[in-house]
Structure formats: C-alpha cells, structure tokens
Ligand binder design. Structure first.
Ligand code: F6P
Length: 322
C-alpha cells in the first residue's frame, strides 16, 4: 500500500480493555507512514450508516490507558444481511477507503470477510475478553479481565472467610473457560467449572466436606458462564455437601477498567502489525500472538474448529486444590 492511501479502523462486538491501545497504534503508525486513517464509529452499524471520521494524531491522545473503545462498539444484525454488507462496503468505496482493520471477535471477522468479498482489504485484530479466537494464543482484554476477577474474588474471600461460607462466582467467557481457568488458578479456587470439561457436582460437594473436616471453613468455586445455571449449581452443591453458598455473578465489570500493561502492549503491537501488513499489500489476514511473537495468519483460520482443549492447567488446578 502506498502513501496517501486511505484505511479505516473499527471496533466491534463486546468492548475489551486494550482496544484503545490498538486504535491508537493503527492511527499513529498509519499517519507515520503517510496513510490517511479513518475511524468508523459504532462498529458495523456505524459503517452501514456512514459514521466515519478522519483521525488525526490528536484524536487518539490520552486514550492508551483507558478501558472501553473510543470508537464505540455494537453488535450489528444488519451486517448479517446482503444489503447491509453492500451498504457497508459502499460507504468505504465512496470515500476511496481501500482497507479496513476490524478489532473484535470471530463474529466481527466474519463481517470483515464479507467486505473482502466486496473488494475491501481487511485485517482482523483479536479483541475480546473471552480469549476464544482460534489462531491466536491470546486476545486483547483477556489479561485485564482475569486480573479483574482476581481482584473481585480477593474481596469476596474476606467475606467467605469471615462468615465461613462457600462462594460460587460466575465469570464471563461464553463457551470458553479460559477466564475461569486462569483466574481460578491464580486465586487457588477449590473448584473451577468450565464448559470444556464435564464436572460432577457430587464430587465437588464431597471435596468441600473434606476441606471442612480438615479445618477449612470457606471456599471459592469459579464457574464459567458456559457451564450451566449457577443457581442450580448452588442448589445441587447444598444438597450434596450441606453447605450454604452465596452466588455472585461478576458480569460486565470484567469488560471494563484500565487495561493491564500486558493488554496495552498487546493492543499496541497488534495495531502496529495490522498497519504493517496493509503496507505490505496483504489482506484477509488476522493478527495473532503465537509463542511470544506477533504474526499475521489467514483470517479464515479463525472460522475453523478450536484445537483440542489442553487440560494441563485444569489438571494442575485440581491437583493443587486437593
Ligand atoms: O464476548 C464478550 C462477552 O462479555 C461474553 O463474555 C459475554 O457472554 C457476552 O460478551 C455478553 O454480551 P453483552 O454485553 O451483549 O451482554
């Protein structure tokens, strides 16, 4: 891609801490290399209605440390229709914008893929707290969300200890148990329930009883949202162990807050790499973090099956919570 070419960036799907660092990197690295960079506001919804503005160096000042996304985000039903996709592509083509960088999850990548078929160069940057995108070891926002869970659970633990209770804490992640697994391991949870591994509530109840007999009078159980109804889980555990528990659903606080240093760096490096691959003339690629390296890979990798779940961390967490 040559100087003065026009590129655009948007964020889509659930917001994630570190998205702003990625947006800043796209805008500033693009301008540094003489590209004209546009921000698309409100995700694909905004693209369809032409909510597009040129970004200057100052447009991304003072955002690197902020959670959320200055471009706003949305989940767009219209982008699933052929008319919506054509309108979105036309908004870019009419302005002479050749390429679009999409920061979001695999649903957002699918939107990008349809635009590629309509003549737009596209690059995907994995931004979601869920860490559920095939083809990258980590997504922007995941590390911060895990730290948020750890912080929240350390507060709950004070109450769990004082009242000698069990706390069952639901965390986000859709069908991916990574937030639960990482945070559960970090806080030394008694049990971690994730969608990837079947669990037996009777055994978990017995584990609680074993701990109680050993003098442990509080416990924390982390449940990934894709593992089932947390209220039912609590009722069953009471049945099997006799313990009263309190249920806490952490919800959207996991999506907010300042990004961790790790997510800011991931956002900056991925944003920078996205501009680099466009300058090299590539399209239909995603930016990936693999073995400590930032690389580009084919976008459709993200649409393939998830690799088999590696149970190493899960097994370790169980071994440590005997
Ligand atoms: O994909 C991010 C995520 O926060 C998921 O963990 C959660 O299931 C979902 O989005 C919640 O979506 P919404 O913000 O639309 O309620």
């Amino acid at each position: 891609m040559k100087s003065n070419k026009k590129v655009a960036v948007l964020s889509s799907g659930g917001d994630a801490p570190g998205m702003n660092a990625a947006i800043r990197a796209v805008v500033r690295k693009g301008i540094y290399h003489n590209l004209i960079v546009y921000g698309v506001f409100h995700g694909f919804e905004g693209l369809i209605r032409g909510d597009i503005q040129e970004m200057k160096v100052g447009s991304v000042a003072d955002i690197v440390h902020r959670g959320g996304t200055i471009l706003k985000t949305a989940r767009s039903d219209e982008m699933f229709t052929i008319e919506g996709q054509q309108k979105a592509a036309n908004q870019l083509l009419e302005r002479g914008i050749e390429a679009l960088i999409v920061i979001g999850g695999d649903g957002s990548y699918r939107g990008a893929q349809t635009l590629a078929e309509l003549g737009i160069k596209v690059v995907g940057i994995p931004g979601t707290i869920d860490n559920d995108i095939v083809g990258t070891d980590q997504t922007i926002g995941f590390d911060t969300a895990v730290n948020t869970v750890v912080d929240a659970v350390s507060k709950l633990r004070d109450t769990a200890t004082s009242h000698e209770r069990a706390f069952i804490v639901e965390v986000m992640g859709r069908n991916c148990g990574d937030i639960a697994l990482r945070s559960g391991l970090a806080i030394g949870a008694e049990s971690i329930l994730i969608p990837e591994i079947p669990f037996n509530l009777e055994e978990i109840g017995e584990k609680l009883l074993r701990g109680y007999r050993r003098g442990k009078h509080h416990s924390i159980i982390i449940v990934s949202e894709g593992s089932g109804d947390i209220k039912e889980i609590s009722t069953k555990l009471k049945e099997y162990s006799g313990f009263d528990s309190r249920v806490t659903i952490l919800g959207h606080i996991q999506r907010g807050g300042a990004p961790s240093a790790s997510d800011s760096v991931l956002g900056a490096t991925m944003g920078g790499k996205a501009v680099e691959v466009l300058l090299e003339g590539k399209s239909e690629v995603m930016i990936s973090y693999i073995n400590n390296d930032i690389i580009d890979r084919p976008l459709d990798l993200a649409f393939g099956p998830r690799p088999p779940f590696n149970p190493e961390l899960y097994n370790l967490a169980n071994e440590l919570a005997i």
